[in-house]
Design a binder for this molecule. Structure first.
Ligand SMILES: [Zn+2]
Length: 99
């Protein structure tokens, strides 16, 4: 019996965020840890704030796969959600041609 190199085997899974079925390579796919009790990552409250996750939350949490589209979207959202309003203000004030 010959073992195949398993890092190139594509698996079909479902994106936790958009519920889309997509193919991925397990070694490279992005996963998020979700507490099934809240549907949110352990330690994140429904208000979107972070707190120290409880041991129970961590114990019941499962890894969910996320498709590349959602990863990119989340990354852009995270960037735009940064408290960068001040930076942007400074930046736009420094380029007066945008008026
Ligand atoms: Zn998705």
């Amino acid at each position: 019996m010959r073992l195949m190199r398993d890092e190139h085997i594509t698996t079909i899974g479902r994106c936790y965020a958009c519920k889309r079925t997509f193919g991925f390579i397990p070694a490279t796919v992005t996963t998020i840890t979700i507490d099934p009790d809240t549907g949110l990552p352990p330690g994140m409250t429904v208000l979107g704030t972070q707190r120290e996750p409880t041991a129970e939350a961590l114990a019941r949490s499962v890894e969910e796969t996320v498709c590349p589209d959602c990863v990119n979207r989340a990354r852009r959202f995270a960037e735009s959600a940064q408290p960068s309003a001040l930076q942007f203000e400074t930046w736009s004030r420094g380029t007066p041609d945008g008026d």
